[in-house]
Design a protein around this ligand. Structure first.
Ligand code: MN
Length: 253
């Protein structure tokens, strides 16, 4: 059977499930908060144009106000100074938006310590059990942080949220053949990462290496450790540093 026919049959029979990894976009969707003197993004907003009224009797529609880095979103290389000569979000090859994914689950550790950092030894231990991080794959880092996604304060947790150590970020970005890093937190870096050397090491190393970031993912617990395929759909904002994205995982049941 042709491959796409086979895929559709598997989707129809439930042999392949589509899992939505996306946080809903509302005015309450948590957003990053940088200290003075840095500029901040503003919350997502719907600006109503008409709703079956004199402004448009048969139709309802809105403008939207959103940051590029709001909710579940994609970080393009040009987002960071280390990747300033790299791709903007419209330039990412479509072929990279359908990619394998592996899940490294540290929800228990991050539950016990909100400042938990992924280290090289953790990834090496994972590789001993599951094999090398696959080429061109998303590394999805599960921390259980998605459970806090309904509340800005709980989500930001006063700057205490899990991430990746600077040493591990450099190693993953520069020595591993992965496509990028996906996280459940507000950004790819730990809450304490402004004080790391370098500051924001995941942004610095991954985007500097032409790799990508994905944030505020949900439902990683529904994915297998290996074998899922991610369909990631940032908007092709010309010159954009990132974009909100719907992220779907295809999972074989
Ligand atoms: Mn971002």
């Amino acid at each position: 059977m042709p491959v796409l026919q086979d895929l559709l049959a598997a989707l129809g029979s439930g042999r392949i499930e589509v899992v939505d990894l996306t946080s809903p976009l509302t005015a309450e969707t948590p957003i990053l908060r940088l200290p003075e003197p840095f500029a901040n993004t503003t919350p997502f907003r719907l600006l109503e144009l008409s709703r079956y009224d004199e402004r448009g009797p048969a139709w309802y529609w809105n403008d939207i106000h959103t940051g590029e880095h709001t909710g579940t979103h994609f970080d393009a290389p040009v987002h960071w100074v280390t990747g300033r000569d790299g791709e903007d979000v419209s330039q990412v090859a479509p072929g990279k938006l359908v990619a394998p994914a592996v899940v490294l689950d540290f929800a228990e550790a991050a539950g016990a310590d909100p400042d938990f950092l992924l280290e090289i030894e953790h990834v090496r231990a994972w590789e001993d059990e599951h094999g090398p991080l696959p080429e061109g794959a998303w590394l999805l880092y599960r921390t259980g942080w998605d459970a806090r996604g309904g509340d800005q304060e709980e989500f930001l947790n006063d700057g205490h949220s899990p991430g990746v150590s600077a040493e591990c970020a450099r190693w993953l970005a520069e020595e591993k053949p992965i496509l990028g890093l996906g996280v459940e937190t507000v950004g790819t870096d730990a809450g304490a990462a402004p004080g790391f050397e370098p500051a924001f090491p995941c942004h610095s190393y991954f985007l500097g290496a032409g790799k990508y970031g994905l944030t505020q993912l949900r439902n990683l617990a529904a994915l297998p450790v290996t074998g899922a395929v991610l369909v990631t759909t940032p908007l092709p904002i010309v010159g954009g540093s990132g974009s909100p994205a719907r992220v779907l995982a295809l999972v074989e049941r």
